[in-house]
Ligand binder design. Structure first.
Ligand code: PMP
Length: 433
């Protein structure tokens, strides 16, 4: 529409070209699973601003908590004063995260900062320099976290040199099991490769941490099989390495458990949480074993805005919603509905190579040919643009940018889900024509 077009022109003139956007939607307001643009169009939100709106846009309790907080004080800084929202959110996270050992929580503003702090704490605690991360990983765009991030084309290109002492291992992406291997053989190879790295790549005594997303987010919703995660846990225990689970995208109830690693039975030593925890407010957390979190000298951690009271009260209310059995059951229900629909597409459409996901974290992968599995980036783009024009907000994913991921607010009802998926399917149909 005309108002939106004008805003997009202003965006292009006033902001850097590198700041990409997956849609041309210019937002006026949002509520629940719906977004309205400045020209009066209503859209169904299947992106949730990259999975940060699991509780839906503007739940009443979150909005009221923010308003109440604004009437008291906006910020006084945790490095100068103490305020209850920081403490209460830390207590909640210590209680809600897996592990029955004493835990402590450091709050920050973005996922990037949470990962940055987790790695720094792991290095300080172990007095070791090296980190092991994985192919397809996304951990942020600060220099340390960008170094941990895997994908070059979209994220790393042009920004080197990167931080040293980082080692990257393959993950069992079973859809892309090498020719001549069964999925089981490939999984076993990936598992044995974890230990092989201590011969071929880095001395285990030099490794501070393994960092892994239990379900790869940007990397294309690849769930790490339980035996793979269990082997990492075993190696961490054997060599005194800190195990960090990055739950920034996979956590906050998305997969039907509050944290995706709960599907594996493994308890990490540290966890990073952000996105949907804040219901849209910028707040993140590192939750970890108390002895690790306490390891630095006094003043070794913290920042001006970390745990901002306005953001913290939003997160407290969001977590109250996210952690209920009803919400987690709804995530499982939303996921089952989406997955059933997507499974049929895999049979029906020649260019849908794979559909996968766990809980309400589902995705469609486009290929030029089902046998060669050559990624079809252009097709994914075309489908996305078409579907957005017909009223749903979407984002891509995957190491090859050839997937469309679905991260709708968990409050999206069945009618809205069916309606949105029908729009996406129609776009896929047109792309095949
Ligand atoms: N880790 C993961 C798994 C993520 O998905 C993201 C964001 N996509 C980040 C870290 C970085 O978070 P932020 O963009 O809030 O810095």
């Amino acid at each position: 529409g005309p108002k939106g077009a004008l805003m997009l022109e202003r965006r292009a003139a006033a902001t850097p070209k590198g700041l990409a956007k997956s849609t041309e939607v210019v937002v006026e307001k949002a509520e629940g699973a719906l977004v309205w643009d400045v020209d009066g169009n209503q859209l169904l939100d299947f992106a949730g601003g990259i999975g940060m709106i699991n509780v839906g846009h503007r739940p009443e309790t979150v909005v009221n908590a923010i308003k109440d907080q604004l009437d008291k004080y906006i910020h006084t800084c945790s490095l100068v004063t103490t305020f209850e929202p920081y403490i209460e959110l830390a207590e909640m996270l210590n209680r809600l995260t897996p592990g029955d050992f004493p835990k402590k929580t450091l709050l920050a503003n973005t996922g990037t900062e949470a990962v940055e702090n987790a790695i720094m704490l792991a290095k300080y605690y172990t007095k070791r320099p090296a980190i092991i991360c994985f192919e397809g990983a996304y951990h942020g765009r600060s220099m340390l976290t960008l170094s941990l991030t895997s994908k070059y084309s979209l994220f790393k290109k042009g920004f080197g040199s990167f931080v040293s002492d980082i080692y990257r291992l393959p993950v069992p992406n079973l859809y892309r099991t090498p020719a001549g291997m069964t999925e089981e053989q490939y999984l076993n190879w990936c598992i044995s490769n974890l230990e092989h790295a201590f011969i071929a790549q880095v001395d285990p005594e030099a490794v501070a941490a393994f960092i892994i997303e239990p379900v790869l987010g940007e990397g294309g919703f690849i769930q790490m099989p339980a035996p793979f995660i269990q082997k990492i846990r075993e190696l961490c225990d054997k060599y005194g390495i800190v195990m960090i689970a990055d739950e920034i995208q996979s956590g906050s109830g998305r997969t039907g458990k509050l944290f995706a690693i709960e599907h594996t039975g493994v308890v990490p030593d540290m966890m990073t949480i952000a996105k949907s925890m804040g219901a849209g407010m910028p707040v993140s957390a590192v939750v970890g074993k108390a002895e690790i979190m306490d390891c630095t000298h006094l003043g070794g951690v913290g920042g001006t805005y970390g745990g901002s009271p306005v953001a913290a009260v939003a997160a407290i209310e969001a977590l109250k919603i996210l952690s209920t059995p009803e919400f987690l059951a709804q995530a499982t229900h939303v996921g089952a509905l989406i997955k059933t629909t997507l499974d049929a597409w895999k049979e029906k459409y020649a260019l849908v190579g794979d559909v996968r996901g766990i809980g309400a974290m589902c995705l469609v992968e486009f290929v030029k040919d089902k046998t060669t599995k050559e990624p079809d980036i252009e097709l994914a783009m075309e489908v996305l643009k078409d579907a957005v024009q017909h009223g749903i907000i979407l984002i891509r994913a995957g190491l090859y940018s050839n997937c469309i991921r679905l991260l709708p607010p968990i409050v999206m009802n069945d009618d809205q889900l069916h309606e949105g998926l029908a729009v996406l399917e129609a776009a896929i149909q047109r792309a095949h024509a």
